[in-house]
Design a protein around this ligand. Structure first.
Ligand code: SF4
Ligand code: SF4
Length: 168
């Protein structure tokens, strides 16, 4: 039995052709927040990013807003980021989605409070995203099947370069 997480099927999301801003979010602490952008940024740095030791994106950033974390992933510190997207252009693998690197950053809290109160709660993103692209469910990590855990509350299914290069 896996743990219950917010599961995002990124190919299903992209293939649907939906404008990401059409997916609703109920995070209440700032206006016009759309947690979807936050979730995709977390996922892209965890799964798509090649985690280069000498990172062109970090070198390109004029505000020193990108830093390597201890586990090798890169994090964008959004109080320093000015949204210039130089990092997007600098990445030789095209792994940084320009639409999620915004000056005004969004936040997702995984609707943990709502899920604590009602275990079958469906957050607004789950209700408004294309069918099966956002689901709260028990998930078992299976990297060979392109299902990756990202942090404690998020699981993503997406083709990974690690599989393509036989590194999993
Ligand atoms: S889980 Fe909640 S906070 Fe996160 S994107 Fe969905 S609705 Fe927004
Ligand atoms: S978008 Fe932000 S993180 Fe990327 S290069 Fe510009 S300031 Fe740095």
């Amino acid at each position: 039995m896996g743990l219950k997480k917010l599961f995002i099927d990124i190919p299903a999301l992209l293939e649907s052709g939906i404008d990401l801003s059409e997916i609703s979010c109920e995070y209440m602490y700032h206006n016009k927040n759309n947690g979807i952008f936050n979730l995709l940024e977390i996922a892209e740095f965890a799964v798509y990013c090649r985690q280069c030791k000498e990172s062109f994106c970090i070198d390109a950033c004029p505000k020193e807003a990108l830093e390597h974390q201890e586990n090798g992933t890169i994090k964008r510190y959004n109080l320093r980021c000015v949204g210039c997207k130089s990092c997007v252009l600098a990445c030789p693998f095209g792994t940084i989605f320009p639409e999620v690197i915004n000056y005004i950053s969004s936040k997702c809290d995984y609707c943990l409070n709502q899920l604590d109160q009602k275990s079958d709660y469906e957050p607004a993103c789950v209700q408004t995203a294309p069918p099966n692209s956002f689901v709260i469910k028990e998930v078992v990590e299976d990297k060979k099947q392109n299902i990756f855990f990202v942090g404690n509350h998020l699981a993503v299914r997406t083709p990974s370069w690690l599989n393509k290069e036989g590194k999993l």
